[in-house]
Design a protein around this ligand. Sequence first.
Ligand SMILES: NC(=O)c1ccc[n+]([C@@H]2O[C@H](COP(=O)([O-])OP(=O)(O)OC[C@H]3O[C@@H](n4cnc5c(N)ncnc54)[C@H](OP(=O)(O)O)[C@@H]3O)[C@@H](O)[C@H]2O)c1
Length: 226
Amino acid sequence: MTVDLRGKVVVVTGASLGIGRATAFGFAAEGARLVLSYHEHEGEARAVAEHCGELGAPEVVTAPLDLGDEGSVRAFAATVLERFEGIDILVNNAGIVVWRRFVEQELDEIETQVRVNLLGTLMLTRLLLPGVRDAVIDIASTASLHGSATLAPYGASKWGLRGFTKALAKEHPELRLYNVHPAVTATRMNDFKGMDPARVAEVIVRVARGGIALEPGADVDLRDFA
Ligand SMILES: NC(=O)c1ccc[n+]([C@@H]2O[C@H](COP(=O)([O-])OP(=O)(O)OC[C@H]3O[C@@H](n4cnc5c(N)ncnc54)[C@H](OP(=O)(O)O)[C@@H]3O)[C@@H](O)[C@H]2O)c1
């Protein structure tokens, strides 16, 4: 199955920087209409939106989203649903990390990672899912395929997200739900060392196009595409 992404409505969270920005560019080049969220980097998000227009996106909306704040999640979902009748593809990309041994992490750091990466992402998906027509692509991590020292709360949040995707895929056989697991990628999160985020974005867009044969709830490991 191949999906023509032209004119499709694609929501990408955390699109102001890194993998989300590269993913927005990838969908823009396919002619998709885009909703891009940012948290602190509004100016960067506007620049991303402008470039998406140059790449071929017929419509680009930017909106603030703090996945750690229920009110913000509700406001973002309302913006999306007021603007578009439905969403073709939701890419849950936004995420945060604290790299430190577990006993050295403060309780608020543990809470924020779980809130943003897991709880906020679930809340947003809950609000948008009735409007989703085709696919949900959750950006987890290779840290949800194994255990990584210094990433215990982050790993817990991403293992949780991965389990969520798999369970939801069983409830919604009419939709395509997958986890994409970036390995070390050269973004702010990772001190700009590792794989080119454009490479990760290419795989995300390929998954969205249906260009990779996948079981419902499947894991797409970026190390297989290095
Ligand atoms: N980089 C890696 O090596 C790697 C590896 C595996 C998985 N991943 C996953 O890939 C995804 C993207 O990461 P990245 O490397 O591109 O990170 P990044 O460059 O730090 O970008 C993170 C994005 O998330 C947004 N964000 C941060 N806090 C937020 C919040 N509270 N609510 C909503 N959005 C928020 C940021 O918005 P603002 O900048 O506007 O604040 C930004 O757009 C994450 O889920 C991450 O866990 C990354």
